[in-house]
Design a protein around this ligand. Structure first.
Ligand SMILES: NC(=O)c1ccc[n+]([C@@H]2O[C@H](COP(=O)([O-])OP(=O)(O)OC[C@H]3O[C@@H](n4cnc5c(N)ncnc54)[C@H](OP(=O)(O)O)[C@@H]3O)[C@@H](O)[C@H]2O)c1
Length: 167
């Protein structure tokens, strides 16, 4: 499994159940990396998607503990155990953990790489991604050029996990 996330310099990822920034180049990258593959998201992140619906052209796995929850066209997992069973039949390289905070924190140890968009915004956050610079098994392997869109600076980073656990 791999992670995709957009963080600010304090590793903030969201506020009031919304993203901190909207960078079209980042959205395009997200789309191209995940299309035809599998994404895993928490039920709260699903609510941030257009009309609260799963994203098209890829398999959406939604995590929720609500037994009554359903989302048309999506796979619903109510525990890590259920997720493990579903993922047995998937190519791990084609599975992307896409948030939010609760889901990133739980699945981080099982991910081999993290594709991070570092956005230079100081918008206040109430949801955070773990600071990978403080985790010795996560190593920064790629640092992209700083780019700008509508005055917001951003760059793409890749971190690799040298101690991937099995889910
Ligand atoms: N910057 C980025 O790249 C990025 C990406 C994605 C999301 N975000 C942001 O992250 C924020 C949302 O994060 P969040 O932490 O509040 O919520 P979240 O991780 O999206 O969803 C949390 C929900 O997932 C379900 N869940 C969690 N662990 C589970 C488990 N082990 N088994 C079954 N279900 C489980 C629960 O749903 P139930 O309550 O239904 O039981 C829980 O309330 C938003 O602000 C969003 O915009 C940012």
């Amino acid at each position: 499994m791999q992670i995709i996330v957009n963080v600010n310099p304090r590793w903030g990822i969201g506020s009031e159940n919304q993203l901190l920034v909207h960078i079209r180049a980042d959205m395009r990258r997200f789309r191209s990396m995940t299309t035809d593959h599998t994404i895993i998201i928490g039920r709260k992140t699903l609510a941030t998607f257009p009309n609260g619906k799963p994203l098209p052209n890829r398999e959406n796995i939604i995590m929720t503990r609500d037994p009554a929850f359903s989302a048309e066209g999506a796979v619903v997992c109510r525990s890590e155990d259920e997720l493990r069973n579903v993922l047995k039949e998937r190519d791990p390289d084609a599975v992307f953990v896409c948030g939010g905070e609760q889901i990133y924190r739980q699945l981080l140890p099982y991910c081999s790489a993290a594709h991070i968009t570092l956005s230079y915004t100081d918008a206040p956050a109430d949801r955070f991604f773990p600071n990978l610079n403080l985790l010795p098994n996560w190593v920064l392997t790629e640092v992209g050029e700083k780019q700008y869109e509508n005055g917001i600076g951003f760059r793409f980073l890749t971190y690799v996990n040298n101690d991937v656990r099995s889910l």
